[in-house]
Write a protein that binds this ligand. Structure first.
Ligand code: SF4
Ligand code: SF4
Ligand code: SF4
Ligand code: FES
Length: 573
């Protein structure tokens, strides 16, 4: 058993365990200490010193995020000296920072802005001059960098290398010239960035944000010659109650969002969950074929996370043949909407502007992929993050009380519970198991809940018994966590048959396009809601979704299914 030691914080005795930092002990005791460079779960860099506390015995200021708690130690977290030091740090940061909070995308969620208010910084005390020559990099399809706003905290660098195993960005130059840059490249687009966007979520200020498609969408809405068809991903829907700041169900909040979108001129609103069901039908078929006919290599990788696709294409190009050929669900849906628009929506495909609202910034990178076009048109014309959707509604002055509830357009309005769990890590795997079992045995699984692949762990492994065949599966979130598995495959040492990989923590519910300030508790609560939605669904297997059955029976033949629902990867012949 670990021995409990004692120290004093703000005149109160508190317990701690050897190895804990002062910051961790204070947090456990419910005391707030501000941080900028520190991130839970990562080694502290000690770069910003905003977290200083006063050592009462020596009068020294020490960085609480990296300083280990000591037995008998006495500190104050908010003494006049501490407050003055923090205020100075904020003033120094602001002296070299653009003063454009009014137009900054991070306004309201910016740690520097919040700290300025909290520490009463009401004037710029030092005139260092904002970094006028700083880089603005908009070349990436997903991430925009405004280095004038960078406070050099290093969080993006840490996440990119330690969490995602990519290392697309790093510190360069020295002293006053220090900056975060994509190595020797001029822009993020030229280097190895896979567009996961997790650096955006890590950035405490507005130096990193998504490439906005909001203007494209507004232009399409006001264009009298265009009709706008919009779809939502399941993970976005889990955040709709958060947007309204009301304790309402996901269903009720979704009806409000659909109503609000209709009121601003969106013509059709669809549920991407139906396409998630179509993905499962196609992917489970492919898995069963790989297992039985051995026509393509195992393990098969899921293909609905574009950052993961970019990762494989960039770092493990010889493994693209392991990727399922299924398009991501919103791309399937976009392809189907355009292909069937004349027949079902009485609108010519060329007059349709398809928008996907996604929890994701990587999905923006899909809109430029030539492999995701059919009949000479992009499957999806623009991707809004969940944040952009909320900002669009704010821009149109939507008021909760005045919204008329509305429902999805038909066809493709039904979703099974399996389609709804795509947003959680392990969700695609569980949905695929439900359908693959049926394809192999011709019988339905008695209990559709496959719990070994649920939960927030970064790597989960399980063996599924499908009529006597043992199928080894793995579920991974965070790209850095899949590297060992890929190395095993390269070395011919893997016994896995099917792997789900999601780039973001906890899967798409923690996607880089979701509202900022995502803490672990919020992710847990979104995940819980996701499984509740599944549990409450009348249909819980993708292949039983009546809209999916109707699609194959009435609207597309085998050849069209192949063309519209499947894709190729870089280097494929
Ligand atoms: S988007 Fe992802 S891969 Fe690209 S720089 Fe950011 S964290 Fe790294
Ligand atoms: S871009 Fe953001 S996260 Fe990266 S070092 Fe600058 S302020 Fe920190
Ligand atoms: S995990 Fe989901 S949100 Fe994150 S990059 Fe992949 S698809 Fe996008
Ligand atoms: S938060 Fe502790 S040094 Fe930056």
């Amino acid at each position: 058993m670990k021995t409990k030691l004692k120290m004093t914080i703000n005149n109160k005795e508190v317990d701690f365990i050897k190895g804990e930092t002062i910051y961790q002990v204070a947090k456990k005791a419910g005391l707030f200490i501000p941080t900028l460079c520190y991130m839970e779960g990562y080694k502290p860099s000690g770069a910003c010193r905003i977290c200083v506390v006063e050592d009462v015995k020596t009068g020294r200021l020490i960085a609480s995020c990296s300083y280990p708690a000591e037995s008998g130690m006495e500190v104050r977290t908010d003494s006049p000296q501490v407050r003055m030091s923090r205020k100075k740090i904020i003033e120094l940061l602001l002296s070299n920072h653009p003063q454009d909070c009014l137009t900054c995308t991070k306004s309201g969620a910016c740690l520097l802005q919040n700290l300025s208010k909290q520490y009463g910084v009401d004037e710029i005390a030092f005139q260092g001059g904002a970094k006028k020559k700083a880089v603005i990099d908009k070349a990436s399809p997903s991430v925009e960098r405004d280095m004038a706003k960078c406070i050099l905290c290093g969080r993006c660098v840490t996440v990119c290398s330690e969490k995602q195993g990519v290392s697309a960005i790093d510190f360069s130059h020295r002293g006053f010239s220090t900056q975060v840059a994509p190595g020797s490249f001029k822009s993020l687009a030229e280097g190895n960035c896979v567009s996961c966007g997790q650096c955006i979520m890590a950035c405490p200020v507005g130096a990193l944000h998504e490439i906005s498609h909001k203007k494209l969408v507004i232009d399409a809405i006001i264009n009298p010659n265009k009709k706008v068809a919009l779809q939502f991903a399941p993970a976005c829907q889990m955040t709709f109650p958060e947007y309204f700041k009301k304790s309402i169900s996901v269903d009720d909040a979704t009806k409000k969002i659909i109503g609000a979108l209709r009121s601003i001129g969106v013509n059709f609103v669809f549920d991407t969950c139906t396409a998630a069901d179509i993905t499962i039908v196609e992917e489970a078929k492919e898995l069963v074929e790989r297992l039985t006919k051995k026509n393509k290599p195992l393990p098969m990788f899921t293909s609905c996370c574009p950052a993961w696709i970019n990762f494989i294409e960039t770092f493990y190009p010889k493994h693209t043949k392991h990727l399922s050929s299924c398009k991501s669900p919103h791309m399937m849906k976009g392809a189907l909407i355009k292909h069937l628009s004349e027949k079902l929506l009485k609108t010519k495909a060329k007059d349709l502007f398809v928008v996907s609202v996604m929890p994701c910034v990587a999905k923006k990178s899909e809109t430029g992929r030539p492999q995701l076009e059919n009949e000479g048109m992009a499957n999806v014309d623009a991707v809004l993050t969940t944040r952009e959707l909320f900002s669009l509604l704010d821009e149109f002055g939507i008021q909760y009380e005045k919204i008329q509830d509305s429902d999805y357009d038909r066809p493709f309005a039904n979703a099974s519970g399996a389609g709804k769990i795509f947003g959680a890590t392990g969700g695609v795997m569980e949905a695929a198991i439900r359908t693959a079992y049926y394809y192999v045995t011709g019988k339905e699984l008695d209990n559709v809940d496959y719990k070994p692949v649920r939960g927030m762990s970064e790597i989960k492994r399980a063996t599924v018994d499908i009529a006597g065949t043992q199928v080894n599966v793995a579920v991974v979130n965070g790209l850095g966590n899949v590297v060992d598995i890929l190395e095993d495959i390269s070395a011919g040492k893997s016994d896995l048959h099917f792997i789900e990989v999601m780039s973001c923590p906890s899967g798409c519910v923690g996607g880089a396009g979701q509202p900022y300030n995502t803490d672990a508790e919020l992710l847990k609560s979104r995940t819980k809601t996701t499984y509740k939605e599944d549990e409450n669904s009348k249909i819980r297997r993708s292949h039983e979704n009546p809209d999916v059955i109707e699609l194959y029976d009435k609207h597309i033949n085998e050849h069209e299914a192949h063309d519209l629902l499947h894709t190729r990867y870089k280097g494929d012949k």
